[in-house]
Design a binder for this molecule. Structure first.
Ligand code: NAD
Ligand SMILES: O=C(O)C(=O)C[C@@H](O)[C@H](O)[C@H](O)COP(=O)(O)O
Ligand code: ZN
Length: 375
């Protein structure tokens, strides 16, 4: 019997699925899959770090359940979310003669989840896939909700599809092999849920941050609360026609910064989101919408978690404000040429603002560039 600490159901009609969260789900994966999806073969897509740290556990469990499988191992890192590696993943699926009725497994962080999910969406015109998230970020965010895709030189996640997984297996013990910087990066998305519409969760995080980082019971609880939050939003607005855009808090700035730093280790996704959330709160305060002390309080919490909070915290030279604004203009929330931002009236009070004045954003960014490293 699998040891499942939390189950979150994503009620999406014929695309409904469960998120199972527990301590040894990779070891139980074979039995769980055999029961839920009898008679399938599995194409595991992973990266080289996760292949070293976690893949043997999954293979052992699939073998014990007598499930056939093939492995496609890609290089770790954001640069893998590209046409070249998407092609490698799809060709690997075809070369292994996986059929349309077989299953793709995304074993890894958000990079693998996004890429493998997109490969599953297009191989043989659509295969089912299972998310097995192994980073904090993937367990609280990217494995849920069906946004899949890759980056373009024109911008972040500009190529992709909505394709929901059939199951999410989040094994908490996989986080034991994740390095501290990556854990902190995922924590930025945890904080995001509090900032959107749940100030009690943000205050709870301020109290339980040390326990979450140390791996105490608060960690599993935080992950389950994030999944439940995201599931609620996705059920209401699967294709981001409305409220789902709130999950983009901090991302309009963050994605432009990720593009500017070449989708490299200079700035991880969660780090860009951390800086972006502080900027979104600062910009909202500048517009007279939010109390100015909130961005300081948020920055302090993020900083304490090991995250960057100002533009100066990004190593190396940033592009010009014009370059950053050009990246922002490619954001998927742009409509009829006008910018949409997720702004806020304070902690837990984010809202979607259309027709944001680009000149005001550029002026704000110019000022933020002059700020020193976070104290
Ligand atoms: N689809 C969505 O809804 C969504 C949501 C948030 C973020 N994202 C995307 O997710 C990506 C970021 O995901 P991420 O932060 O997981 O990055 P990632 O996938 O690059 O993983 C982080 C690093 O940790 C390593 N790693 C992962 N799990 C490990 C483990 N258990 N042990 C040892 N090493 C491990 C990986 O090899 C990688 O080097 C970005 O591309 C972002 O755009 C997507
Ligand atoms: O699931 C969503 O919706 C999100 O916005 C979650 C984000 O954390 C995530 O980074 C997502 O990939 C961003 O989506 P995008 O549509 O702005 O590319
Ligand atoms: Zn994100």
């Amino acid at each position: 019997m699998a040891d499942i600490a939390h189950t979150v159901h994503v009620a999406l009609g014929d695309r409904a699925y469960d998120i199972l969260i527990g301590d040894s789900l990779l070891d139980d994966a074979g039995a769980i899959l055999a029961e839920r999806f009898p008679g399938r073969r599995y194409g595991i897509i992973t990266d080289d770090n996760v292949a070293r740290a976690q893949l043997p556990r999954l293979l052992k469990s699939l073998d014990a359940a007598g499930l056939g499988h093939t492995e496609i191992v890609l290089p770790a890192g954001e640069a893998t979310k590209s046409w070249a590696y998407l092609g490698q993943a799809v060709e690997g699926i075809l070369a292994a003669r996986l059929e349309r009725g077989d299953l793709v497994i995304a074993l890894g962080g958000g990079v693998i989840g996004d890429l493998a999910g997109f490969a599953a969406a297009i191989a043989r015109r659509g295969m089912d896939f299972v998310q097995m998230p192994t980073s904090l970020l993937a367990q609280v965010d990217s494995s849920v909700g069906g946004k899949t895709g890759i980056n373009s030189p024109h911008g972040k996640n500009l190529i992709g599809a909505f394709h929901q997984p059939r199951l999410v297996l989040a094994d908490l013990s996989t986080l034991d092999t994740l390095d501290a910087r990556q854990f902190a990066s995922g924590y930025a998305e945890v904080v995001k849920y509090g900032l959107i519409d749940d100030e009690d969760f943000f205050f709870w995080l301020e109290e339980h941050q040390a326990e979450i980082f140390a791996g105490g019971p608060a960690r599993g609880e935080a992950i389950a609360r994030c999944c439940a939050h995201k599931a609620r939003v996705v059920i209401e607005d699967e294709k981001e026609l409305g409220v789902r855009a709130l999950l983009n808090l901090g991302h309009t700035f963050g994605h432009a910064l990720e593009k500017d730093t070449g989708y490299s280790d200079r700035l991880l996704h969660g780090e860009g989101v951390a800086i972006g959330m502080v900027l979104a709160h600062g910009f909202s305060a500048r517009l007279g919408l939010a109390p100015s002390q909130d961005s300081g309080r948020i920055a302090q919490h993020l900083k304490k978690s090991g995250l960057p909070t100002t533009l100066a915290d990004i190593p190396g030279k940033l592009g010009s404000t014009e370059t950053l604004m050009a990246a922002i203009a490619q954001d998927k929330k742009v409509s009829r040429g006008a910018l949409t931002f997720i702004l806020t009236r304070g902690i837990g009070q984010a809202f979607i603002e259309k027709n944001v004045d680009g000149a005001a954003v550029a002026e704000f960014l110019n000022e933020m560039r002059a700020l020193p490293l976070s104290p």
